[in-house]
Write a new protein. Structure first.
Length: 409
């Protein structure tokens, strides 16, 4: 069989632990045999980040911005234990945080729905996609413990030399704690635009929620900018039949749980962090949750939503068989390939990516799956596959579809 040519290289960011093992298996078994593909490779494995003083993460972000499409393996965000485990120079910041900061994007997380994996929440029939604002708020805060009684104030010093603004936060009578957070008009606007574009592309209703009854300035600022962007894109939204719905965050949470799904839920940074874990679990498994960072210029970085699956990696190191689900990691590759194919105008690449996704879904729906899914499967299955067996089962399913019909460019 002649291999399908991927015209422009994908930016590839390798990662850590069990996902690094899976990453290599996916390339060896599901991609290299079928694709003539170059990647611009960056090793974001923790050891190499440490060796390069984290420069590799910045270089990878730069390459993503230059080429437009990146795929990323899960990476360790080091804490004190990891500093000891890997003898690190320091606890380097989260690579995802660095990438989000540089690309200033919005993270969209979508569950993969399968006929035999029933959501924990009975009402959910269609995907609920989270669009998480990935800049600022508590993720770019300054905070400290207040040791003694004293006044805490907000002070803003305008760059134009006009008089500073001062606001009393609290007159402490004893010890306590304070935090300063911020966001920017530019970032909130691009968050709103990214969500509007996504909703239009997928013809999905768009929800946005904040706590503007309590935070009458900060949260209300998000609400107002959102509304301005909605008004500015009214014609496109109407043409795509997309409805916009604003409500309070607590009301949104209550509605989400009793809704059948099929909408994009735009969340402020913290809400998106917390709610995406709730949705991933509610839909079945973290291993079925895809994630893509979309920046205002259309740069996209695809990854699995889950982490490096540390516990399985230690079992793997002890020589034990593992049963780690590679679905979301495979979808990171197919998401990147499909996007690359769209940009390059190579429909064969898009078709391959879609065929591989279908092969994964058919494999699981046919009863072949990893251990995490057997617990959720209805009807129940007797046996689960090892990490490698699952990938080979997907390969077999994919082979049954090849060669793919030639696509017109
Ligand atoms: P995790 O790697 O997502 O794993 C948490 C648990 O979820 C696992 O122990 C496993 O449960 C289950 N699980 C997750 N993915 C699975 C898969 N593909 N197949 C089967 N089971 C799966 O989260 P973590 O253990 O909290 O974090 C480990 C490391 O990942 C940390 O160093 C963290 O910094 C990093 N992390 C990276 C990213 C990223 O790069 N995007 C995101 C989150 C965390 P059982 O053990 O019960 O089988
Ligand atoms: Mg989280």
């Amino acid at each position: 069989m002649t291999k399908i040519k991927v015209q422009t290289p994908l930016v590839e960011m390798d990662g850590d632990e069990m996902t690094r093992i899976i990453w290599q298996m996916i390339k060896d078994e599901l991609l290299t045999p079928y694709l003539d593909m170059q990647t611009i490779y960056f090793d974001l494995g923790l050891k190499h980040r440490d060796d390069t003083d984290d420069q590799v993460t910045f270089d990878a972000a730069k390459a993503a911005a230059e080429y437009g499409v990146a795929v990323k393996c899960a990476t360790i965000t080091p804490n004190q234990d990891r500093v000891v485990e890997y003898s690190l120079k320091k606890a380097w910041p989260s690579p995802n945080g660095t990438l989000r900061g540089i690309l200033d994007g919005t993270v969209f997380r979508a569950p993969i729905l399968l006929k035999n994996i029933k959501p924990m929440i009975r009402t959910w029939k269609k995907p609920i996609i989270i669009g998480r604002h990935a800049y600022g708020d508590v993720y770019k805060n300054q905070e400290f413990r207040v040791p003694v009684a004293g006044k805490a104030e907000l002070v803003f010093t305008p760059a134009d030399g006009s008089a500073p603004h001062r606001l009393l936060i609290h007159d402490f009578k004893g010890p306590g704690v304070i935090q300063g957070i911020h966001n920017t008009e530019k970032s909130i606007r691009s968050f709103a635009r990214a969500c509007i574009q996504y909703a239009i592309n997928r013809k999905m209703p768009l929800w946005f929620a904040a706590k503007d009854t309590i935070s009458k300035t900060y949260h209300a600022y998000f609400r107002d900018i959102y509304q301005e962007e909605i008004d500015a894109h009214r014609a496109e939204l109407d043409a795509a039949g997309v409805e916009y719905f604003y409500t309070l965050i607590d009301d949104a949470v209550a509605r989400v749980v009793r809704h059948e799904g099929g909408f994009l839920w735009a969340c402020m940074n913290y809400d998106g962090d917390v709610m995406s874990d709730m949705l991933a679990t509610g839909f079945g498994s973290l291993a079925l949750m895809t994630s893509v960072l979309v920046n205002p210029d259309g740069i996209m970085e695809f990854e699995a939503a889950h982490g490096t699956v540390q516990r399985h990696y230690y079992a793997h190191l002890r020589g034990e068989e593992t049963s780690t689900n590679s679905t979301a990691s495979i979808f990171a590759w197919t998401g990147g390939l499909a996007r690359r194919g769209e940009l390059d105008g190579t429909p064969d690449v898009v078709a391959f990516a879609r065929a591989l996704e279908t092969a994964v879904i058919e494999t699981i729906e046919g009863g072949q799956m990893t251990k995490d899914l057997t617990r959720l499967c209805d009807p129940p299955v007797e046996r689960y596959l090892t990490t490698h067996e699952f990938i080979m089962a997907v390969r077999q399913q994919l082979e049954s579809k090849l060669p793919l019909p030639k696509m017109e460019a």
